[in-house]
Design a protein around this ligand. Structure first.
Ligand code: DX5
Ligand code: ZN
Length: 221
């Protein structure tokens, strides 16, 4: 396989009282995944701008911010100012006609734009956005909680996206989020994913084993 797989550990599964230390335990990761929830778009609350600012101060890694919030455009400026390198919003959270313009806005404001789809949303809904988006974040669990089981019906969506991106000769990356472990990581790599998010599979392990786990998820050893 010529694609280099990138791993984005999800801080949602980290220990928030020891975030700096937990971030140091995943030094082998390519980026850090930061889940933002508003209790409306998803039935849960998580972390937001002040925590992102703190993470930015202690880490040079690419910060991969996943907004699971309604009307995300209200917060683009704030999340970019707080240090987002990648800023991803949900297609289901915005008027469909605005999605392309929102992706352009994020890029103009200085972050790499991503768009995410829930497991129930067809991958074809993002086909018109593949030339504007830096990445498509395919949810492989219902967004809102870490530690859920991978939904295998997501795999044909990843394959279909891979085919469409390659057919059009685009650089857009495919990120998969939810229920990633050694077994499901392999299935996603084979289906055509570029970036794998992993929360419990990484932070659920002892600190000294996390970098080795990241390599296993990457498929490198
Ligand atoms: C879920 C979040 C995920 C979550 C993944 O809504 O978007 O990023 O942290 O956690 P795991 O890897 O445990 O499924
Ligand atoms: Zn996420």
């Amino acid at each position: 396989m010529t694609r280099r797989i990138q791993i984005s550990p999800s801080l949602l599964s980290a220990d928030f009282s020891a975030l700096r230390e937990d971030i140091e335990t995943v030094s082998g990761a390519d980026m850090l995944h930061f889940d933002v929830m508003d209790g409306h778009f998803v039935p849960n609350l998580s972390i937001g701008i002040p925590v992102l600012q703190s993470v930015r101060r202690v880490s040079q890694k690419t910060l991969d911010v996943h907004l699971m919030i309604e009307r995300p455009e209200r917060y683009f400026d704030a999340f970019i100012a707080a240090g987002s390198d990648i800023l991803t919003f949900h297609l289901e959270a915005v008027p469909e006609a605005d999605a392309a313009a929102f992706l352009r806005q994020i890029r103009e404001k200085g972050a790499l734009p991503g768009v995410s789809i829930r497991p129930q949303t067809s991958e074809e809904t993002v086909f018109p956005l593949l030339d504007e988006a830096e990445l498509i974040l395919v949810m492989s669990v219902n967004p809102g909680f870490g530690g859920q089981g991978f939904m295998p019906e997501t795999l044909p969506k990843i394959e279909s996206l891979r085919r469409e991106i390659d057919r059009c000769g685009l650089a857009c990356k495919i990120e998969v989020d939810g229920g990633i472990n050694r077994e499901t990581a392999k299935l996603c790599r084979e289906a055509g994913a570029d970036i794998l998010v992993a929360g419990s599979a990484v932070f659920g392990r002892p600190a000294l084993e996390r970098n080795a786990e990241i390599e296993l998820l990457r498929g490198g050893i």
